[in-house]
Ligand binder design. Sequence first.
Ligand code: PHB
Length: 360
Amino acid sequence: MPDLFTPLQLGPLTLPNRLAMAPLTRNRSTPEGVPGPLNVEYYRQRASAGLLISEATCIAPSAIGYPLTPGIWNEAQVAGWRTVTGAVHAAGGRIYCQLWHVGRISHPSLQVDGQLPVAPSALRPTGDAVTYQGMQPYVTPRALETAELPGIVEQFRHAAALALAAGFDGVEVHAANGYLLDEFLRDGSNHRSDAYGGSVDNRARLLLEVLAAVCPVWGADRVGVRLSPLQPFNDMRDSNPQGTFSRVVELLNPFGLAYLHLTEMGKDAPGAAGPYFDPLALRDIWKGVLMTNAGYDRDRANAVLAAGRADLVAFGVPFIANPDLPARYQANAPLNTPDPTTFYGGAERGYTDYPSLEAA
Ligand code: PHB
């Protein structure tokens, strides 16, 4: 029976262990979205993960929804990321780039010329945007015209090509957590009447077109996708999460992707994002490698792997506080205590200064 320390073949990559570092927004890029030396050190410290997934990385200026998040749409960003991937590889690691368009989870002050954020439908999410001027209420987004959707697909393709140039090992298409592609998938945020709204097949169309554009850049076996069927964050819901995501997963199967990454977020608030189901039921539909996430510790991760309900587990908060998380889990050693006040923004403190077991 596999555990966290059983190697895993992920497309052409052999992962030495089954701990992934989850994509984690840390808001420590430059205002231009260029990773720098501090980010290099952070990822380098965590290179013992079976797979690192980068923090969510904006595919275009209009894809930005938070201050100081990195981008992957221009050459300066590619050069910055190349220093990150080079350091990770020199330390023996592997790193995917998570490709992100925030959709309506943005604010005019973060957009070029103060434009409205874009979304499938002009539905304002409840809550506040994080802006350079502090928290400000979300605005009603502008619904994308059908004729604009090829442009969104092209932004993902272009970002995927730049991620390849930047030396990543693959890309994860972010279709979770209430951002643009997830906003199309779920019927709480998609009220369209064109070929991209209505049936699940229609709501999945944009994601499938993005994958059809990204896979030829990388080879499908270096492309992952992240879904969050029960995530209520960002005012998300669906009238039938199990029906919607079962069909989405069926539609994903033919691509032969490197992995499907589920976050089980929302599982502990049954019904907040729609009628409850067990997200790991999707395991029985998905034909490839399954990564799961949200609140796992060593013992629960080993149990889900041993039961064959997942192949890989992504850890978020434990990796923030423990750069050498695999070694700690392997030795059953104590963990550092995470400091939530330094999760989003700041500098070294709470980012690159958590001690390794060796240093401690
Ligand atoms: C966040 O910045 O709060 C954030 C970003 C990406 C996610 C979830 C949360 O998928």
